[in-house]
Design a protein around this ligand. Structure first.
Ligand code: BGC
Length: 749
């Protein structure tokens, strides 16, 4: 089962080579410092504590622990924000004997002061450049506020929308998630380590967290190793290959062994086969939680298991600092392993230039100049518009309902989220103590009001709350709708309903919002619905009563402007769903790249003895990759430059794409493959390429996709990555359920 090692690390422990001293100036400096450190100081480097400017988990230590900072017993901190505060804490650390600077980490998940769409929404853009840029802006602002290290990107593949943390990832597909993981790592880490507009990235949560049983938070994960390698590891490998400086454990157990103490994951795969030379940080208190898992008898044994398994830094469980001294003295943890972990941490600090200037990131002038910079807001608006998915666009009086007709005299803007600010941030918003973050978020109301600029009258009614059963506002909403020419409803979840510890068993619209929409529909006015949420919701009844439907997720600081850009047609929507949307909770997990089975699913529930359910269709309500536009595209002329290929060759697929509609727009062209026969069964289709292409009306372009061995390979029953000879189907289309062109080729022996 153990994958072949690629690195030059010690094969027994997969530690960094220890003959490194003197082999480079950097390594020589690390060794020189290490040789001066006491065991307590070494363990200090492996100890991370939380400050008190944000709280992202249950605190277990006295926050800030000033004594620990001054005595070198803390190596890094999370939740300390801002040039001023990071500097103040660094000054404490500079009083320690060896003056080893602290690393400041924070969860900068989708922006710092300027926030971008939640990661799942950004994934919908299928736009790697824009995603990288979003991460660049986040890094620029965070680094200007003294942050060295972000706990992002989350690269867990997610197929269960009941799990609240789907909002932090890139959805259900390993290929898309891997591309996005690499883009985010590049964007966060910038050109080179040590630049003051870049932060260290963390690929998290290693591994399997996206597959917790029943979508329940912090639950178990039980999956075959083949499934792990095929579906869940590719984005982590992509993050590692893109140079991610750190990895974070996951809270879950994987096949019975908590990820935090999982040697197979950390020593065999990450530090072994993948040759990862960076730092592994535990998740919040996850070392101590191995006791609750029932994997360690006490925190002492948990510390032993975690360090030996390859977890370098203990975030907030204090297990390392309490127990490593004795564990080392007794030989239960070797000093060599402690040294290896410390080397990894020190290396990052040297590379960031902190030994030259521990305050180089804590610059109030840069912080003032960069946070919320106009160019950042501009990028956030563009990214937000690029993330909005058009799910339906019906016609009224022979004209599509969207974009809005500029001649409309009165629009009623209705719903509990129309005037919301904070909700549009989504989960993991940074809250800065001295900044009114709310004023940084443009509400849907303000965005549309500015865009209409008085030409169209806007009426408002809240209608109902996001949650709860009060219906007394519905009559007022109906009255406003009746007085308007068109109604826009802004409904969904509140931000606090998705994210960590926000699993939901029912994922329809909460409260009485469905009733509000039904009531608005009775007015007979054209009804446009914007659904704001951090996860895929079940929206069958919404779609049934809406003339037009936009999935607007949580879009961040520029939410209202971006919504107005799309409603007005200033921006033609092109985003695509990165997760399948179920029709019913009972279908979950529903994902496009499933196996065929011996009795393949049929679209109709009527087919006897077929796979699926008898009471709900097997297809999702909206398929992976689905999304509409204000224009149309024609796909033609699929060509393969050869009918067969060898594994060391590349095959080129070409096709002609034409914008046949009335306006300019982007199309996300998706290439899927099916391996018809495998030694282990293969999915009915797998995404292997995509391009977001901009075309003017009437414009045509030839698109090219390369198919290589990598596109064809998979993990066989012995976990070897193989490309097996045989026939492959090529499918190119506008979504996984809208294939426009087909071809096939043979992979030769
Ligand atoms: C989350 C991590 C996060 C950490 C620090 C944990 O609860 O699972 O994703 O990075 O807290 O805030």
């Amino acid at each position: 089962m153990k994958p072949a090692a690629e690195s030059n690390s010690d094969p027994a422990t997969n530690t960094l080579p220890d003959d490194a001293a003197g082999s480079s100036p950097l390594l020589a400096r690390i060794e020189a410092l290490l040789s001066q450190m006491t065991l307590e100081e070494k363990i200090g480097q492996l100890t991370q504590v939380s400050g008190n400017q944000a709280q992202t988990g249950p605190l277990s230590l006295a926050s800030a622990d000033r004594d620990g900072l001054r005595s070198g017993r803390v190596g890094s901190m999370l939740n300390v924000l801002g040039a001023h505060y990071t500097r103040a804490h660094q000054e404490e650390a500079m009083q320690s004997r060896l003056k080893i600077p602290l690393l400041f980490a924070h969860d900068v998940i989708h922006g710092y002061l300027t926030t971008f769409p939640v990661p799942l929404a950004e994934a919908a853009s299928f736009d790697l450049q824009a995603i990288e840029k979003s991460a660049r802006v986040a890094a620029t602002e965070a680094a200007a506020a003294g942050i060295h290290w972000t706990f992002a990107p989350m690269v867990d593949v997610t197929r269960d929308p009941r799990w609240g943390r789907v909002t932090e990832g890139a959805g259900e597909d390993p290929y898309l998630a891997a591309q996005i993981a690499a883009a985010r790592v590049k964007g966060l880490q910038g050109r080179q380590r040590g630049d003051t507009d870049a932060v260290l990235a963390t690929a998290k949560h290693f591994a399997g967290y996206g597959a917790t049983v029943g979508g329940r938070e912090y639950d178990s994960v039980d999956m075959s190793l083949r499934q792990l390698w095929e579906t869940h590891l590719p984005p982590f490998k992509a993050a590692r290959d893109a140079g991610a400086a750190t990895f974070m454990n996951a809270f879950n157990d994987l096949n019975g062994v908590p990820a935090t103490g999982n040697r197979y994951l950390l020593r065999d795969i990450l530090k072994g086969a993948w040759g990862f030379e960076g730092v592994v940080v535990s998740d919040w208190a996850s070392i101590g939680e191995m006791v609750s898992h029932g994997h360690a008898a006490d925190t002492r044994q948990a510390a032993e298991l975690a360090l030996n398994a390859g977890t370098d830094i203990d975030m907030e469980s204090s297990a390392y600092r309490k127990h490593l001294p004795a564990l080392v003295a007794e030989g239960r943890v070797s000093l060599a392993l402690v040294d290896d972990a410390v080397r990894r941490v020190l290396r990052l600090k040297f590379e960031l230039g902190l030994f030259e200037d521990p305050y180089r990131f804590s610059d109030p002038a840069r912080e003032k100049a960069l946070l919320g910079h106009a160019s950042h807001r501009h990028a956030a608006r563009e990214m937000a518009a690029r993330s909005i998915v058009l799910l339906k666009n019906g016609t009224r009086a022979g004209r599509p309902v969207l974009p809005l007709d500029p001649a409309l005299k009165t629009i009623a803007y209705i719903g509990p989220l129309v005037k919301a600010h904070k909700d549009h941030h989504g989960a993991w918003a940074v809250t800065l103590p001295e900044v009114d973050c709310e004023k940084f978020i443009v509400s849907p109301w303000d965005g549309l009001r500015q865009r209409l600029n008085g030409h169209t009258q806007l009426l408002y009614a809240q209608g109902c709350d996001v949650e709860g059963s009060r219906r007394d506002g519905i009559a007022e909403a109906v009255a406003a709708a009746s007085a308007a020419n068109l109604v826009i409803a802004c409904v969904g979840e509140s931000a606090a309903m998705s994210g960590e510890a926000r699993s939901r068993s029912r994922i329809g619209l909460p409260g009485v919002q469905d009733d509000l929409l039904q009531a608005l529909q009775t007015t007979g006015k054209p009804l446009v619905v914007l659904v704001n949420a951090g996860r895929p919701l079940i929206i069958n009844s919404v779609a049934a009563c809406a003339d037009a439907l936009l999935y607007t997720w949580w879009l961040g600081s520029e939410a209202g402007h971006a919504m107005a850009d799309v409603l007005s047609g200033d921006h033609n929507p092109a985003a695509r769903l990165p997760m399948s949307f179920p029709r019913h909770e009972g279908q979950i997990p529903v994902y496009y790249n499933h196996f065929s089975t011996g009795r393949p699913r049929q679209a109709s529930v009527e087919v006897p003895w077929a796979g699926g359910y008898i009471d709900v269709e097997t297809t999702p309500a909206y398929a992976f990759g689905h999304g509409l536009s204000y224009t149309q595209f024609a796909y033609a002329d699929l060509q393969l430059d050869r009918p067969r290929m060898h594994a060391d060759e590349s095959l080129t697929v070409t096709l002609q794409l034409t914008n046949t509609g009335p306006v300019a727009g982007d199309e996300v062209v998706q290439l899927y493959l099916r391996d018809r026969v495998g030694s282990v069964v293969r999915p009915v289709m797998e995404l292997k390429g995509f391009q977001r292409v901009h075309l003017q009306p009437g414009e045509s372009r030839e698109l090219r996709f390369a198919i290589t061995r990598e596109s064809l390979a998979f993990y066989n029953d012995s976990l070897q990555c193989v490309a097996e000879p045989g026939w492959f189907d090529v499918m190119v289309g506008a979504s996984s359920a809208d294939i426009r062109l087909r071809g096939s080729f043979e992979l030769m022996d």
